[in-house]
Design a protein around this ligand. Sequence first.
Ligand code: AMP
Ligand code: ZN
Length: 436
Amino acid sequence: MATLFRDKAVESIERGALEKYQLTYLRKSVESALKTPFYQKRLKKAGISCADKIKSLEDLDRIPFTVKDDLRESYPRGLLAVDIKDVVRIHTSSGTTGIPTVIYHTQHDLDCWTELVTRSIYACGVRDEDVFQNMMTYGMFTGGLGLHYGAERLGSLVIPSSSGNTQRQLQLMKDFQTTVVHATPSYMFHLATKIGEFGFTLKDLFLKKAFLGAEPYSENTRRKIEDFFKIDVYNSYGLSEMNGPGVAFECVEKNNMHLWEDAYIMEIIHPQTGKRVPDGEEGELVLTTLCRQATPLLRYRTRDLTMIMPDPCPCGRTHRRIFRITGRTDDMMIINGVNVFPSQIEQVIMRVPEVGNNYQICLTREGALDRLTVKVEIYSKLFAGDLSELEKLKAKIRDMLKASIIINPVVELHEPGSLPSFELKSKRVVDLREKL
Ligand code: AMP
Ligand code: ZN
């Protein structure tokens, strides 16, 4: 297939020119970061009192890392670099309640983000004649609005169907002749298993491409989805701290994801030492925003594991590619595309007076979707009581969890001492999902 560029000058920019551009915009980012209470303290401590201290890209090393907890501790406005009147939207990380990580956007920020998404989907051949059904959740989660505006700017017909309601999704796909979808890989599997049940066949669909992301998946999964639907599947990576989708995207080569280096400086570091690792070696992805006014983030540790692909891509884009995300350095679980930390579950169940000391978090797969089961030990005297009381307790815990982590878990009540206990570091999460 011919190489497809939306903006050839930017996408195939010569590396030297790209690095010059990055330095200019890194200094701008440092300058605006210094307007936030958080970075004022952090950067001054590191001896960076003004942007002039950054003389080359190597000076990036002088900037301390930023981590998710920094964002939480700066809630709500500690990382805001502009006047609130210039902010037009906020987004937060998926699944987080309690103290979320909030990202503010000016209109300029949204325009840049949209352009990155438009550029990405254009590279895969999406055009104005396409019908784009966005099956990612709308709202604070960035997968909805992020792709929405990108596809709209391209002129495609956008169906903002959001997630869930599989029968309706299939009906919309049939009636409006959807050619492109955006979803999680697990949801595409789910669609595949439900298509016949709802009375549809592949002949009812007009699908050509799918952009799949928000959770890790393997090459095998891509192939299975491609073979089932007879489509092309492209990997899409992003995180709300870096806008959302549009950070890194596959081109038609379908051989790992170009990370848009005019918008982000990327580094891959050893998660323990914090030192940069060579291209082709796995480590943690660290990103610096280059064109965000409202919430500039410097050397943000994504916790995602990947590596820089050492070879250039035959498509001609000079922005380097990262390998598909292989895991995380922290204990964050991704359940049907929603981020959940075990600590969020613990905080909820330990608020319930009937719950004893021990609990276990089990992840399994039911059909194509993930299923979360939270097993808790309760005091033995409760088992002697009325069965309906136990059902009420289960429902109470389920509702409290749902309110905190957004997804609906199965709750099991167990006798004291029946769940595995640990003398040293506990292993509370049992992940029995087969690697997709
Ligand atoms: P959120 O901030 O809620 O959008 O979640 C972002 C996280 O989702 C990332 O840090 C990754 O761990 C995960 N993620 C997003 N896209 C992908 C992808 N294509 N492959 C693997 N993991 C992904
Ligand atoms: Zn390419």
